[in-house]
Design a protein around this ligand. Structure first.
Ligand SMILES: [Zn+2]
Length: 231
């Protein structure tokens, strides 16, 4: 096979694809690779560089039953992704015990998908919710930020419901989750809460997450032996 001169064959690395129009000048639409670049920049801004991150599957050491299950479930999800991505049950939930490696594995999973050009947006829960609440009065700007989380190809919510939960937090999360639920858009979620806790916080949010993640849920009961940092 002839080696390509370009990283992206579709746009010749310009970031734009020109679509010829009958009477007018060609229409320029942004190429997939450009959108992928923008998403990768979002990761870098959140402190994770997808190109050099050490949070990979192979760097995740299994040290007990729970950590083995987390890793295996995430790897199975990765393997199945292309066949399940449009289904109702197309998402993954890693929940429970702090320090069990949920965050590491969910980031590793997301970065593997990014390498396959799947547009995974990273949402550090606490920071994002705070930013959204601060911008609620500016409707246009608020819509612009929240649309990214509602409509992206895959959304990783890291540490869902970390910190104190207010009614405004629940409303924002519902808006994001419900949109993704209705449109069959996959979620990758890590949280220290178990499914029952999520249902208790808000049944509408909890039940949607439960339904979407049913086939790929790992719950780790709280207990010292599950915490890697205390090992
Ligand atoms: Zn391109």
């Amino acid at each position: 096979m002839k080696e390509s001169l370009y990283k992206c064959e579709k746009c010749g690395d310009t970031g734009w694809i020109l679509i010829p129009q009958e009477k007018y000048a060609p229409l320029a639409v942004s190429c997939d690779c450009r959108q992928l670049e923008i998403i990768k920049n979002g990761w870098v801004k959140a402190g994770i560089n997808p190109e050099i991150s050490k949070q990979t599957f192979s760097s995740f050491e299994v040290w007990n039953e729970a950590s083995r299950k987390i890793k295996e479930t995430a790897m199975a999800y990765y393997k199945d992704f292309s066949t399940i991505k449009n289904n109702r049950r197309n998402s993954i939930l890693l929940c429970g015990q702090v320090g069990s490696g949920k965050s590491h594995v969910s980031v590793a999973l997301a970065l593997n998908l990014l390498k396959k050009n799947v547009k995974v947006v990273y949402m550090p829960y606490r920071d994002t919710i705070t930013k959204l609440k601060q911008n609620m009065v500016d409707g246009v700007y608020y819509e612009k930020i929240i649309t990214k989380y509602k409509s992206c190809e895959v959304l990783l919510i890291d540490d869902l419901f970390k910190g104190k939960i207010t009614e405004a937090d629940i409303n924002i999360i519902f808006e994001i989750i419900n949109h993704r639920y209705l449109n069959h858009l996959p979620l990758i979620i890590s949280t220290e809460y178990l499914v029952n806790d999520l249902l208790n916080f808000d049944e509408a949010v909890g039940s949607r997450i439960y339904e979407m993640c049913k086939d790929y849920t790992v719950e780790i009961e709280k207990g010292k032996e599950g915490n890697f940092r205390l090992k």
